[in-house]
Design a protein around this ligand. Sequence first.
Ligand code: S3P
Length: 436
Amino acid sequence: MSVRFGGGRDRVRLRGRVTPPSDKSISHRAAIVGAMCEAPVAIAGYLDAADTRSTLQAMRRLGASVQGRDGELVIRGVGAAGPRCDEVLDVGNAGTLMRLLPGWLASVAGRSFALDGDASIRRRPVDRIALPLRAMGARVDARGGRFPPFTVLGAQLAGLDYELPVASAQVKSCVLLAGLATDVTTVREAVASRDHTERMLLAAGAPVGRRRLRDGGWVSSVGRAGELALDRIVVPADLSSAAFLITAAVLLPGAEVTLTGVGVNWTRSGFLEILRRMGARVGGELEPPGTFAAAEPICDLEVAHGALTGTEVGADEVPLAIDELPLVALLGCFAEGETVVRGAAELRVKESDRIATVVDGLRGLGADIEALPDGFAVRAAGGLRGGRLDAHGDHRLALLGAVAGLASQDGVEVIGMEAAAVSYPGFADDLRALSH
Ligand code: S3P
């Protein structure tokens, strides 16, 4: 499906308030942790999108029941030792499900599980979780040792002290979920990555610790958990989805937009810090860096159009803004000077190779942008001309194309806009609600 954005004679003016869709990362975790509990868990604001539907379906396949009640979901889980499934679990397009779920399943001694997904998932590495799970005692196998389908035979796991070779909250979360069945398991990371798993497990009564190391890194630890229990999880709005509307508001003259109830966990809100550094007008109280608590902080973000200057983003900031880096490239096209992102080679193993697809996509719209092995460099081009952008089946690329279109001179036709349904099915509705 191709959809055109922008390019009309009159530019839209974005005004008003919307609540962006619920957080995808936290929704995946809520379903998995909910299924690990025995007592029912209510989830308010579970994201209704393709990726998170895959997770609910997988939890049902493992024996959990999922029902809607008063606009919330209620999961009746199977307990940490209870999952079983003889069929292949289909993760669809969801990398988070593919990487997190095996952590739990690896601890279910004597049972085997198989996971597979769509064409994009089959190109994304899982050796990064196979390695630590094997070291803990599980038997795991992947196609060519690297890619899905992925099989795991659960075992009595041994604790692990693991140093992450790549900055990845998914790998960290996988090891921590497995670690709930060990005396102690620790995961060290050179740079902080999102800590939603740690926060949710803490809220569920698991022994979880997280502290900053002297060299600036972080360590998370878990130990043997008794029965996990959580009455209710409230999922905030997703900053990564909000980021598309935020970018549109920053780039479109006359815009004044409020995005309500957005999750601003400091391990996720690096994009807002980058924006502020570029000179954007973004109001709202963010969580102080370094905080660790069970709760997920939320705030209303007030965003207005304004001029931008280029900036540099380095490895320390990358995990805090990993999914928003394509938008930094787009903002760079409208900023004065140069905008450079480095230390972000992980972008190459996302839903698409996001260094290649973003650079090719924006260049086709008139950007002066160059790919680096681990990022990109954008020079001021005074905006974008417009044209066609192929989403390559990547939801964030489709949404990037839409926002680029609104801000461009001639508009952008996004090829494959349906990919947006993976995380933000209501994007066009939210845009319409704000357009005047
Ligand atoms: C996610 C972590 C990030 C992010 C992904 C969601 C998560 O991946 O890109 O969209 O929910 O833990 P990595 O941790 O592998 O970088």
